[in-house]
Design a protein around this ligand. Structure first.
Ligand code: NAD
Length: 397
């Protein structure tokens, strides 16, 4: 695994847990973790349960003992690591968004498709697909319980940079993160709504905004100090500042290729909303609604019921019949944020062991990247209607 911070910790928990919860054909050994700082990666290896550590990710790619490379770094290193790992015949799990640009994502998808022919598997980490209530949503839509989908309403709202003094971390730098709220959290709701509905975003009209354009440099970003000096003198008291080069919020309307109208909102300025991911789907026969803050529940309105009995039903998604749940606890004993990462690990290990293709593939990751790109271009062109470039032209099936 490369990177040991937020996602590194979540993925480590999943790798540690997966064989204890699910009966799988292969056992996971957590062989080698990579970070850039020797002392910190050594501490992380010990805390997270890795056998060994390194400061050079190439050691993972070169080692004969390693079958799977798990990429938990910022987007600026996804392509380089994934391409090297695939070329070395390693199965690759890569965090989302797949890359920082369409060009990188396309290269990765093409490499993954070629590697697939040789039995090498790859998957992009759109983890929310693996929340049981979200997987159930998809099943119910596919079974026709909602009829024809008319509306998709998705919002992913956070507030961690409302304070203008919050430092210029990598997520606020385009060259490191690719985009801001759009690629970080907007990518999740794009993937999730497409996954649930089976429809793809065909075109968009978007607005984006960077509310706070200049932020203090974090101490460790010494490489930016020279750049900050160009942005105006400091008084020697406060920290130097640097430019925010990504969006703070992105809002767009979309047409899905199955005929639905969709709205998307991704913001890091939704004061009070910490991690509010909400999706509602309205169909001709019913509605489904999901809220990550109540992630064990699904709201279902079944318009085929007798008029006198109609109303929203709360489904508690903890039955053994529900996706992923039979291996956990008795009904009503709820699960949390980290469990979806264990589900992701289960699905990836199972795909590798059984020689099947896991989803979302790198091609799926590319398709989301093409939507992100259309949103960015639309916003730059005064919200003009922008079609999403077809994916299949880019990657041969
Ligand atoms: N699936 C999800 O729900 C989800 C949630 C959060 C983040 N993410 C994605 O996960 C990725 C990582 O995000 P995060 O929140 O864990 O970031 P983070 O800042 O918490 O951690 C990044 C890690 O990468 C390491 N790193 C950076 N460059 C490196 C390099 N060149 N070589 C080795 N290590 C390097 C850092 O030292 C750190 O350990 C991003 O792509 C992000 O979009 C996904």
């Amino acid at each position: 695994m490369v990177g040991y911070a937020f996602m590194g910790a979540a993925h480590s928990q999943a790798w540690r847990t997966v064989n204890r919860v699910y009966d799988l054909p292969s056992r996971v050994r957590m062989a080698l973790v990579c970070g850039r700082d020797t002392a910190k990666v050594a501490e992380a290896a010990d805390r997270l349960g890795w056998d060994a550590y390194t400061t050079d990710w190439r050691r993972l790619v070169e080692s004969d003992e390693i079958d799977v490379v798990d990429i938990c770094t910022p987007g600026d290193s996804h392509a380089e690591i994934a391409l090297a790992a695939l070329a070395a015949g390693k199965h690759v799990l890569c965090e989302k968004p797949l890359a920082n640009t369409v060009a990188e994502a396309r290269e990765m998808a093409v490499a993954a498709a070629a590697a697939q022919a040789a039995g090498t598997r790859s998957m992009c980490g759109f983890t929310y697909r693996r929340v049981p209530a979200v997987t159930l949503m998809r099943q119910m839509v596919a079974e026709g319980r909602l009829g024809s989908i008319r509306h998709v309403r998705a919002a992913y709202l956070q507030d961690w940079i409302v304070d203008p003094q919050f430092p210029l971390v990598w997520r606020l730098q385009k060259d490191r993160a690719g985009s801001g709220a759009l690629g970080d959290i907007g990518a999740h709701i794009i993937d999730m709504t497409q996954y649930v509905t089976g429809q793809r975003v065909a075109g968009v009209s978007a607005i984006t905004e960077t509310f706070v354009k200049q932020r203090p440099l974090p101490a460790e970003y010494s490489g930016l100090a020279a750049q900050a000096a160009d942005n105006g003198p400091t008084d020697g008291q406060g920290p130097a500042t640097g430019p925010v080069t990504v969006d703070d919020a992105a809002v767009f309307v979309a047409r899905l290729d199955g005929g639905a109208l969709a709205t998307y909102e991704a913001s890091r300025f939704a004061t009070g909303r910490k991690n509010a991911l909400r999706v509602e789907i309205n169909g001709s026969l019913g509605t489904l609604a999901f809220d990550l803050e109540r992630m064990n529940e699904l709201e279902f309105y079944d318009a085929t019921r007798p008029a006198a009995e109609q109303g929203f039903t709360r489904i508690l998604v903890t039955e053994a019949e529900h996706p992923y749940m039979s291996a956990w606890w008795p009904p009503g004993h709820i699960i949390g944020y980290e469990h979806s990462f264990t589900h992701q690990a289960r699905d990836f290990v199972e795909a590798i062991a059984t020689g099947t293709d896991p989803a979302p593939s790198f091609t799926d990751g590319l398709q989301v990247q093409l939507v992100l790109d259309a949103v960015t271009r639309s916003a730059e062109l005064g919200s003009s209607w922008t079609a999403v470039e077809p994916t299949l032209e880019a990657v041969p099936a």
